[in-house]
Unconditional design. Structure first.
Length: 171
């Protein structure tokens, strides 16, 4: 099933019968393969992008550090987002691509697991932290860097079915 339209309101699964915050019980669900892809952009001055691409950042290898931070963040999602389940992640791939037309970087994160619940939050967390790390590593060059358009591109597996949106044209 592909779902490209806005979803209808669903019951709030993170609230118990008394309206209190509650972690969803997934113990009756089957462990299945689940995958999520998220993306985002980091916009900066062309001169900042050119400096980063040339390896001229005061703090060192910006791209490798941001990629590693995204991978580490995906693995820590359950500690950052209160009601997320800790999951055994099978694959985490974080990519940062320079885009002179933006100008800036396009970030994508793919996360895969075999579990009772999905990995959308892990993919979104990976993109978010990679973008924040890129900002941190480049802020000496430019303070006005903008992080934007972080979103879920697709997810597969699970009870709610597959979800696919149109990816950003350049990613």
């Amino acid at each position: 099933m592909t779902n490209n339209s806005p979803q209808q309101p669903q019951p709030l699964t993170h609230l118990n019968q008394r309206g209190e915050v509650n972690m969803v019980d997934v113990s009756d669900k089957a462990a299945t393969r689940r995958e999520a892809l998220a993306e985002g952009r980091v916009r900066m001055l062309l001169s900042t992008l050119e400096s980063l691409m040339a390896g001229n950042a005061p703090k060192g290898d910006v791209i490798a550090t941001a990629k590693l931070a995204g991978i580490m963040a995906a693995k820590q999602t359950a500690q950052l987002i209160p009601l997320c389940h800790p999951l055994p992640l099978s694959k985490i791939n974080v990519e940062l691509q320079p885009d002179p037309e933006l100008p800036g970087y396009r970030i994508r994160a793919q996360v895969i697991t075999t579990a009772e619940t999905g990995v959308e939050m892990e993919a979104l967390t990976a993109v978010s932290v990679a973008a924040l790390t890129l900002y941190d590593m480049a802020k000496a060059l430019e303070k006005s860097i903008e992080i934007e358009s972080i979103r879920l591109v697709s997810k597969t597996g699970g009870k709610s079915g597959d979800y696919h949106t149109q990816p950003d044209e350049k990613n």
